[in-house]
Design a protein around this ligand. Sequence first.
Ligand code: SF4
Length: 411
Amino acid sequence: MQGNPCAARPGDAYVVAMSSVVANYPSSASDARAELLAFAGRPAGEPSVDSRPDLIGLEREALTEALASIGLPKFRTGQVWHWLYHRGVTDFQEMTTLAKPLRAQLAETFRISRPAVVTRQDSVDGTIKWLLRFADGNEAETVFIPEEDRGTLCVSSQVGCTLTCSFCHTGTQRLVRNLTPAEIVGQVLVALDHLGGYPTGGPDRRLTNIVLMGMGEPLYNFDNVASALKVIMDGEGIALSKRRITLSTSGVVPMMARCGAELGVNLAISLHATTDPVRDELVPINKKWPIAELLEACRTYPGVNNARRITFEYVMLAGVNDAPEDARRLVGLIEGIPAKINLIPFNPWPGSRYECSDGDTIERFAQIVLKAGYASPVRTPRGRDILAACGQLKSESAKLTRREARTAAAE
Ligand code: SF4
């Protein structure tokens, strides 16, 4: 769901991606052109420089298999896991409980990845936004939102998004690719690096919650998201429990039950409208899975109860979905679902066609919802000055077609 301060210009995005590739291959011009062509056809996630397999993002079993491939017994998995995720090391030499020859062998065979931090922006309200670059030059944003009683990291699951929700900045950036488990876990590790989060799990930890509410639709990248969350939830590493993780979906109905059964994380729904015609406009996936089907999937979401309520996100758009009638229809629609409603004042972005509802309208709406028995906090916009607020995230990565790459290489 989210933004980079600059309006996207495909040419610029192209230059960002291409210049990164060229920087990684400081060879002759013709070599660079050949690399450009190779880059355009490279499968998603394939590293551009370091071909050693990455240990980050592997679930425990996969890590055991990787270590077994160089003859290491199973008990090494726990040791390496501890160093990767509890202590957050990025250099095998720092794994001091392992003998030096073993550290050297690991370093020869494997790598420990981190996305590169392109920029870090700090908002006046304490929110931090990182623009991260992955090995193939693509970029995504991650946002940390500190509050009195918690610190929430908003994580991206895709570069761009296939969906085109009309109120969302990310929706103007077409999908470039899914993020890998390593890249999703990597966002958390970068945040922990910057927040002094190691060893993990201490009483004073600043990062306490995760929301998959950044760029992309997580249920369209379910396998990678699931692997990443299993790593993040592991009690001997980053150790954030499923109760502290919320996955936000625009309504990919067929995947919702699996998400609840396999991961058991909290669910948030980008609802934003109370009639199908309006939701078709705001969240076009509604044409595929309309409101009635979506709410039925919410009623049967595994594990939902009064202690684990579903959050309905509702962005307040002036004159579009903010009438008292909408509020009344909303509480009628969700009747019987253990739920809370997050009212989100619209956060404008360059070129957006909506305006935020005024304070009185939001208050009136909130009162109707509250009187019907639902908690309806109005979300305080965070990080607006750095375009880090909800719905504002966007990177300049653009998907290159082979033709585009060939044209650029010829120039
Ligand atoms: S709000 Fe819609 S367009 Fe924006 S990231 Fe989420 S699913 Fe994609």
